[in-house]
Design a protein around this ligand. Sequence first.
Ligand code: SER
Length: 316
Amino acid sequence: MTDRVLVTGSYGQIGTELILRLRGIYGTSNVIATDITPAPEIIESGGPARYLDVTDPRQVTALVVENKITHIFHLAAILSGNGELNPQKCWDVNMNGLYNILETARTWKVKQVITPSSIAAFGPDTPKEHTPIDTILRPTTMYGITKVAGELLNEYYNQKYGVDARSLRFPGIVSHETEPGGGTTDYAVDMYVKAVEGAPYACFVTENTTLPFLYMPDALDALLELAEVEESRLIHRTFNITGFSASAADIAGAVKARIPDFQCTFEPDFRQIIAESWPRSIDDRDAREEWGWKPSFDLNTMSDDMIAKLRGKIGG
Ligand code: SER
């Protein structure tokens, strides 16, 4: 049977790029892009794109059954910043959405479900440097709470029902195709966009705020590699991954080294406390050992590529 792939949250930062990669691998007609917003031209013109509200179990089931779905990348979620502005909606989308996906997968024997988790699963009591997979998970954001609960729900559906659920704790993801929507690590993307536009930027965390990051091509590779690895090789179901760690000043400096006119000020808002509750660096050795994870980009190579791509898109 041909693999038939469903992607939820397809028009977000990760989804828009993942859809294009998946179409190349599985064939355009075998990748069903879904979201609650209208499809961008790049997605709609190239293959199936459907409306799907993941909080509605009937819609999830109907879509999976009608399209004979075998694999799901479940990306629909409210991110950390927006989650603090509307915690109730964050719980509803993130928890009920995942529950509906896993229940449908169990009932209709979907082969695999991949869901991003996040460094937001960690909290202020977690060791900050080289944070391992198994450590204190006491997040203080609603987003983080849904990520910890989601990891446990994935593992429950795996152990009790045999659903091949897998998850990655993404750090901040930097990309140029689609802007992130309402996360705490969005400032990293914003710096590049503003600099290429020739505009100043007021960064919403302090200069010395240090977090782990990953460039989108590496993030997509990680999702696809995790999906491909033989189930028998996996000891874990949830993995830490990281590309590099950088402070807000490091990122602003990397941008300024390439665009000397770039002006960046630091004006922390409510997201500062969220950022401070997350690790500064991540130990991703289990992903490296179990499925050969290895990132390609560091801050410098990412900065070169980001600026070249953004210049191609918005000029400068
Ligand atoms: N980038 C995400 C956020 O800031 C972390 O998962 O919400």
